[in-house]
Design a protein around this ligand. Structure first.
Ligand SMILES: [Zn+2]
Ligand SMILES: [Zn+2]
Length: 208
C-alpha cells in the first residue's frame, strides 16, 4: 500500500504535436543540442549510434530532477531490439549554456527498427496530479507507471539501494490521438525509472 503522501503524484503529460523544433527547443525526434567535441553516444551491444529521441529543457520542465549545473535532459535510443526486447536507452544531463559549437551532422545508425523511430514533435504540456486509479498511458514526466501487462513492480537502485522512481514514460498511444508513431511492446509504454538519490546511478528501463 502506497504511503499517503505518495498517493497523488505530480505529472506532466507532454502532449506531443507534430512540429519543426530546433536544437534550442524541447522536442521528440528533432535535432539535439550536441557539442562538436563530445563523442556521440553509441550502443554497447551492437555498436550502432544512438538516435536522439527526446530533449527536455529545464525552463520548460522544471519538474525533472536536474542535477546541479545542468538544464537539459537528452534521451537517446538505440532503435534495435536487444536481449530484453525493445530499444536501449541512454540519458545525458547537460549544461546547455556551455555548448557553443554544435555537431554538424548527427550520426545515423545503419539499421533501425521502424517501430522505435519517432516522428518529429513539439510539446503542449498538461500539468496534473496523477492517482493510481487513473493513470495516463501517454508520454509523460512523473506520475505513476501505467502497468499494462504486469502487476505493479518496484525497483531498487543497484548502486545505492534507494527507490528507483518513475520519471519519464514514452507512450505508444497519446490521449490526444496524435501518436508519435513509435510502438513499445504490446502497444505499451517505455518507462524510465531513476534513482531517487542520484540520477547518474544506473537507470531501470521497463517496457510494459
Ligand atoms: Zn543497440
Ligand atoms: Zn542510487
Amino acid at each position: 500500500m502506497a504511503a499517503e503522501e505518495d498517493y497523488g503524484r505530480p505529472a506532466v503529460l507532454l502532449n506531443p504535436l507534430e512540429g519543426d523544433p530546433t536544437d534550442a527547443d524541447s522536442h521528440i525526434g528533432g535535432p539535439m543540442l550536441w557539442p562538436i567535441d563530445d563523442e556521440w553516444p553509441s550502443c554497447d551491444a551492437d555498436g550502432e549510434p544512438f538516435v536522439g529521441a527526446v530533449q527536455l529543457y529545464q525552463r520548460d520542465f522544471p519538474e525533472l530532477p536536474f542535477p546541479g549545473g545542468t538544464d537539459l535532459l537528452q534521451v537517446f535510443l538505440c532503435t534495435l531490439d536487444h536481449d530484453t526486447p525493445g530499444p536501449d536507452v541512454r540519458l545525458v544531463w547537460r549544461d546547455s549554456t556551455t555548448v557553443f559549437e554544435l555537431i554538424e551532422e548527427e550520426p545515423q545508425p545503419s539499421q533501425q527498427e521502424e517501430l522505435y523511430v519517432p516522428t518529429v514533435n513539439v510539446f503542449e504540456p498538461i500539468r496534473y496530479t496523477e492517482y493510481p486509479a487513473k493513470i495516463s498511458g501517454g508520454t509523460k514526466i512523473g506520475g505513476w507507471t501505467a502497468w499494462n501487462d504486469s502487476d505493479p513492480l518496484t525497483f531498487a537502485c543497484p548502486e545505492c539501494g534507494a527507490v528507483q522512481r518513475q520519471t519519464l514514460s514514452l507512450g505508444t498511444y497519446e490521449p490526444s490521438g496524435d501518436n508519435v508513431e513509435w510502438v513499445f511492446g504490446e502497444d505499451g509504454n517505455l518507462n524510465i525509472f531513476l534513482c531517487e538519490k542520484d540520477v547518474h546511478h544506473p537507470i531501470k528501463v521497463l517496457i510494459d
